[in-house]
Design a protein. Structure first.
Length: 257
């Protein structure tokens, strides 16, 4: 059993606290951006505008993630305290909300430059697991999104939460949604099996949703929501919707002329 008593603050600069979660966003986006530019983008026209796209992407992730969290996970609270939606430093980001934000941002950017939005969404899908990995590790350090109680030998006691031994579900997700998902998607890309824009995006939705659905069985449900339909968590229900969307998108793009 491991005791997690990490400080969520990585270091201080004068009176400013630099948190691990902020660093996860910075490193995840930066490395994903470099990976796309150095390894994935093979069209000079896309490369010429890719830096501008990152600005749209960051805004989409932050706005989508925060609004998604308010809508999906804590609507009643934020209806009573609407100004706190803007306080992203107080925590609370939804991956699925951020994903929707990325889709909207990509649509706006691609329409502006008259490009196929799935070219950009596929690039995001291929590099997103890098950011997801860092984000889940930061969740672990922050003692948030912790797992359900267990007596497994690799259990973790989150000292900032309680004295219960729990699954390190954040690390399960870092492995599945970060490392494994990265290699699966990039295998298909590097082998050139999927040639039509949108297929990679569809596979991302399918595999992420499956991994997230499975990992949620080891993760404690959000305390303000608990278990829902069929004793599933909100994360599992939303993942089920995105799984269906991913399958539909992959089939449509595969059969597209």
């Amino acid at each position: 059993m491991f005791t997690n008593n990490f400080d969520p603050v990585a270091f201080h600069i004068f009176s400013l606290d630099i948190r691990w979660y902020s660093l996860a966003y910075i490193f995840g986006i930066s490395l994903g951006w470099l990976y796309c530019k150095k390894k994935l983008v093979r069209n000079q026209n896309i490369l010429d505008i890719f830096d501008d796209y990152i600005t749209y992407l960051i805004i989409g992730i932050i706005l989508g993630g925060r609004i998604g969290y308010a809508l999906f996970y804590n609507l009643e609270y934020y209806l009573e305290n609407p100004t706190e939606i803007l306080m992203v430093w107080n925590g609370g980001m939804s991956f699925h909300g951020g994903l929707i934000g990325v889709i909207v941002a990509s649509k706006l950017f691609s329409d502006k430059h008259k490009k196929n939005q799935f070219i950009f969404l596929d690039l995001v899908a291929l590099s997103a697991p890098i950011g997801i990995f860092f984000g889940r590790v930061a969740n672990f350090i922050n003692s948030e999104l912790y797992g359900r109680a267990t007596d497994m030998p690799w259990s973790v006691n989150f000292a900032l939460i309680d004295n219960i031994n729990r699954h390190p579900s954040q690390l399960y997700e870092a492995f599945l949604e970060g490392i494994i998902l990265f290699f699966i998607l990039n295998f298909f890309f590097n082998k050139n099996y999927l040639k039509k824009p949108g297929q990679i995006s569809g596979l991302f939705l399918v595999f992420y949703s499956l991994f997230r659905f499975f990992a949620e069985y080891f993760r404690s449900p959000d305390s303000q929501i608990g278990y829902l339909l069929l004793n599933l968590t909100m994360g599992q229900l939303i993942s089920s919707v995105f799984l269906i969307i991913g399958i539909f998108l992959f089939v449509i793009k595969k059969n597209e002329i």
